[in-house]
Design a protein around this ligand. Structure first.
Ligand SMILES: O=C[C@H](O)COP(=O)(O)O
Length: 407
């Protein structure tokens, strides 16, 4: 009797995004050539030390006195609708895998016309956008590790470096959030503060968001569906800290090393944003990710890729803003110094479809919006501005008013 055939060798599976990056890099060695041995940063603290610091940040940001748990949050001033500052909050985004060169060219010319802050694209279109946008203040942002975040550090570093070599001045890097949720995945995790969504609802939200990001760009101004970006009617109460002494500590060191290595390879003025994928995280994990982003000197924390579950949610943006603020204040437990000297900014992204969504996020303290609906938002803002002007009494009236006299 012959021995049973050995099991087939497991071949690693690669996502479509990984294949796109790999193929792009192998056909553009000029962007990849200087890499050599990439230095992966050594750790600053032991994992236990990170855990102690992060627990303290969680306690401060989520604790009773912060007011976050009760939804006591500040309302920030939103740039005037229709102003240049308002347009400059928008990263005009196309990240679908099958985007065509023509769609990318249109994205760039729209961004120039509207005065957006950036165009946000994948690696394969960075050079094209850079040359399209020459002489304009619009910058090019490139996603890294999109959209799963689980790519290994070495590949994220190669991608980041190539994007900068191609002319990107901002990098939107996806956090390897599976490291933070390893415990959740094993135990079911504590997501009690989130609205209960069934698996099929989550799947359909993911599909609808992916579809919206993949809509053919016809130039027609119709709002895409994005009901999950609607603010909650009332703030969702946050769950109390549930980490107990016996819980395994997530591998914070690995996350920090990855982020610090990217920062060291792409120093300032390259703007680094960390995409947390908040739909996958509970409140404590969001704060932990914010802590590590601040420690690695990232400039922004960003909510979502737009490809994995619900996008930006108001309570998550509020929490991220509170965390960023806390991380830039001096604390006793940190020897009187902040984790990051200046405050990280917050980018809300995923499912931002309307002017109302945009204002909601900006008033919650976000300073940047990642959206594939920028044109629609601008059209709505022009209409709102016009309506405002029509509603205002004509300035000349003051001088024709009989009671003033003398004119
Ligand atoms: O970072 C940006 C997001 O991918 C944009 O998502 P969206 O298509 O839902 O606007």
């Amino acid at each position: 009797m012959s021995a049973p055939a050995p099991p087939p060798l497991e071949t690693p599976t690669h996502t479509e995004s990984e294949i796109l990056v790999r193929d792009f890099l192998s056909s553009h060695p000029e962007l990849d050539k200087d890499l050599g041995e990439i230095e992966v940063m050594t750790d600053r603290y032991t994992n236990e030390e990170w855990a102690a610091q992060i627990r303290e940040t969680q306690r401060k940001v989520l604790g009773k006195s912060s007011g976050v748990e009760e939804g006591l949050v500040r309302k920030f001033e939103c740039p005037k609708v229709g102003s240049r500052e308002f347009a400059e909050t928008i990263d005009h985004t196309v990240l679908k895998l099958d985007a065509t060169a023509g769609q990318i060219d249109a994205l760039c010319s729209e961004a120039r016309t509207e005065g957006f802050k950036s165009v946000c694209v994948r690696l394969n279109y960075v050079s094209r956008c850079v040359s399209n946008l020459k002489g304009s203040p619009v910058v090019v942002a490139c996603v890294v590790g999109f959209h799963e975040g689980t790519q290994d550090t070495y590949n994220k570093l190669r991608e980041a470096r190539a994007a900068v070599a191609a002319g990107a001045s901002e990098l939107d890097v996806v956090l390897n959030h599976s490291i933070l949720t390893a415990k959740n995945n094993a135990t079911g995790g504590d997501k009690s503060h989130r609205p209960q969504l069934s698996e099929s609802t989550i799947e359909s939200l993911t599909a609808s968001n992916t579809l919206a990001n993949s809509k053919p760009r016809t130039g027609a101004l119709t709002p895409a569906e994005g009901p999950y970006s609607k603010p909650e009617p009332s703030p969702i109460p946050r769950s109390p800290i549930s980490q107990t002494a016996g819980d395994p500590i997530p591998d914070y060191s690995t996350i920090y090393r990855e982020l610090a290595s990217i920062r060291s390879l792409c120093p300032s003025p390259t703007v680094l944003k960390l995409i947390l994928e908040t739909s996958q995280l509970d409140a404590q994990q969001i704060v932990a990710a914010a802590h590590l982003a601040a420690a690695a000197n990232f400039d922004f924390i960003k909510t979502s890729t737009g490809f994995n579950g619900p996008g930006a949610k108001l309570p998550d943006v509020q929490l991220m803003v509170a965390a960023a603020e806390h991380l830039s204040t001096k604390t006793k437990s940190n020897g009187g110094s902040p984790v990051r000297g200046s405050k990280m900014q917050v980018k809300a992204s995923g499912g931002i479809r309307s002017l109302e969504d945009a204002i909601t996020m900006l008033e919650a303290g976000a300073t940047r919006l990642g959206t594939s609906s920028g044109l629609w938002i601008m059209q709505e803002s022009r209409r709102a501005k016009q309506d405002g002007e029509q509603a205002r009494p004509a300035a000349t009236r003051l001088y024709t008013d009989d009671s003033v006299g003398g004119y």
